[in-house]
Ligand binder design. Structure first.
Ligand SMILES: NC(=O)C1=CN([C@@H]2O[C@H](COP(=O)(O)OP(=O)(O)OC[C@H]3O[C@@H](n4cnc5c(N)ncnc54)[C@H](OP(=O)(O)O)[C@@H]3O)[C@@H](O)[C@H]2O)[C@H](O)CC1
Ligand SMILES: [K+]
Length: 503
């Protein structure tokens, strides 16, 4: 599945209609596809009100109205702008609807509009689509507010009306949809923390755009099960442990042994060939028994925290630094040497990101891939910006940071955004609120470490690691756990189910 900005969608629409020649057929296809989904969500006796706005989203609404009416549903239309505001294309579909004995109430002509909305069992929101520009103007703003207040079940067409399709909007007035039938491809705002919830439950309908056209124009995609199945390397029956990576995890401190232990175990469960774990003597004494499959090495330490040391970096296939390592200045010196001496892909996570704050310039000096795995708070600190600004435009800021510092960024959230140094982006949509607990990120780092040693590109490995991490949590919740009781260690044990189910 591809993710599009408004401009990308317009380019795809325009090419499909004008160059390929779909013309008005595209809107007919859109309306029919949405109507088919609406039929699955309403009852035969429901009063269905299609609320039509000034643009092509409204045109979709007239096709939906005609299609549902033809299926004997109880349909009426409320048009909130005068006819002269409608484009020629929308006028065409309005005339078709009226010619099929459709009824239409004009907002200007009627004081009944509030009653009509109040009496509707289902409101189909065709007020505004991806053409909304700025805060919604009257009379649409009042209609949106009243629908939110009084409308029955609200099904939005393509996008909740008033919601911006793209990231970056500071303020907006939007329909709060129960369901959204997204046309052709989800828009960026489906995946933003402050706009996602307005969509309610969302699903995508195809309306005939050539998939190649969508893939050529969309800059981002969803790293889903199809992606995992087609890119996750198969294990060669003649392979040996060295073929699946020699991984190294550097982390932990005397008062934080657990997160480090989970990263080690998650890497083993994901399929790392050999794992070495470096931490303080006290940490290793306490956790070595948890993953006897790993090898352990005591790192130089002071007051329970790792300090600069000569570590076995040069013969590894992947290194993860920072999990539970603490924020001592002397540990920052260890990070400095790891950045300079690691000659393989390096993940920096957790406290390692805190220690990295004053060493960002070293990132570009590395010749090997560097992967940062911040959550929004850690990313905001790295960018030295307010987290609310970051969450409004996470795709942009992740891409700018990745390109500037030549790193991969796994920006963790409900929807995790994966960005490569050249700006390629993907979103992982697996996972659930059961992951909103300590340790989830440590487990993801272990999965990434093992995944990036499985003979696939770094970008693919990050996409697949996020898929496995979230899908493990989903399968665990489906098979008996709940959002409340799911532990990070359950996610480690659920990795087996993901492999068994999807590969
Ligand atoms: N292109 C196609 O044939 C297809 C498009 N699809 C559907 O169409 C919309 C995108 O259509 P578009 O007309 O570009 O956009 P909207 O339907 O959102 O309407 C834009 C008009 O709305 C008015 N507007 C814009 N901003 C505001 C605002 N802040 N407050 C009030 N009104 C606003 C404005 O009209 P004016 O006359 O007031 O300037 C805009 O012109 C897309 O989302 C799909 O649903 C089909 O799906 C496929 C075919
Ligand atoms: K809409």
């Amino acid at each position: 599945m591809f993710i599009v900005t408004a401009k990308e969608m317009y380019d795809i629409d325009h090419c499909t209609m004008e160059k390929i020649g779909f013309g008005k057929l595209l809107m007919e296809n859109a309306g029919r596809a949405v109507a088919e989904k609406v039929r699955q969500k309403v009852n035969a006796a429901d009063k269905i009100l299609i609320v039509v706005g000034p643009g092509n989203n409204g045109g979709d609404g007239y096709v939906i109205a005609r299609t549902l009416q033809n299926e004997q549903y109880r349909v009426s239309v409320l048009q909130v702008v005068p006819d002269q505001k409608l484009s020629e294309q929308v006028q065409f579909f309005k005339q078709l609807y009226l010619a099929c004995n459709g009824t239409c109430l004009l907002l200007d002509d009627s004081a009944e509009w509030k009653q009509v909305i109040s009496e509707a069992d289902v409101v189909i929101d065709s007020l505004l689509g991806i053409g909304v520009d700025g805060l919604v103007r009257e009379p649409l703003a009042s209609v949106i507010a009243f629908i939110n207040e009084k409308g029955g079940k609200i099904v939005s067409v393509d996008i909740p009306s008033g919601l911006p399709a793209d990231e970056g909007a500071e303020a907006f007035t939007s329909i709060q949809a129960d369901e959204t039938i997204v046309i052709a491809a989800p828009k960026t705002s489906v995946f933003l923390p402050h706009t996602a919830n307005y969509y309610g439950n969302w699903e995508v309908v195809s309306i005939g755009h050539p998939q190649t056209l969508i893939s050529e124009n969309a800059a981002c995609f969803v790293a889903d099960d199809v992606f995992f199945r087609t890119t996750m390397p198969k294990r060669d029956v003649n392979s040996h442990k060295g073929d699946h990576g020699k991984g190294l995890v550097i982390g932990g401190c005397d008062n934080m042994p657990g997160s480090f232990a989970m990263t080690v175990r998650a890497a083993l469960r994901t399929g790392a060939g050999l794992m070495t774990a470096v931490s303080t003597e006290k940490v290793i004494d306490r956790i070595a028994c948890l993953s006897p499959e790993a090898m352990y090495q005591i790192g130089a330490s002071e007051k329970g925290h790792l300090i600069a040391d000569d570590l076995p970096l040069d013969d590894k296939d992947g290194v993860a630094f920072g999990i539970g390592v603490g924020r001592e200045t002397k540990t920052a010196a260890l990070l400095e040497s790891v950045l300079q001496e690691t000659t393989c892909p390096l993940i920096i996570d957790g406290d390692g990101l805190y220690l990295l704050q004053n060493q960002l310039a070293r990132l570009k000096q590395r010749n090997e891939p560097t992967i940062l795995t911040p959550h929004m708070g850690e990313m905001a600190r790295l960018l030295e910006m307010d987290i609310s600004d970051l969450t409004r435009s996470p795709f942009r800021y992740a891409r700018e940071f990745a390109e500037e510092h030549h790193v991969y960024v796994v920006l963790k959230g409900k929807y995790t955004i994966i960005t490569s140094p050249d700006g390629n982006q993907a979103v992982s949509t697996t996972g659930n609120p059961g992951l909103a607990k300590g340790g989830s990120g440590d487990v993801l780092t272990g999965i990434i470490l093992a995944m990036m040693m499985q003979s696939q590109s770094i970008f693919q490995s990050l996409c697949n690691a996020c898929f496995v991490h979230g899908m493990s949590a989903d399968l665990q919740v489906q098979s008996g756990h709940s959002y409340h009781d799911l532990l990070a260690t359950d996610v480690i044990e659920g990795i087996a189910s993901v492999y068994r189910t999807f590969s």
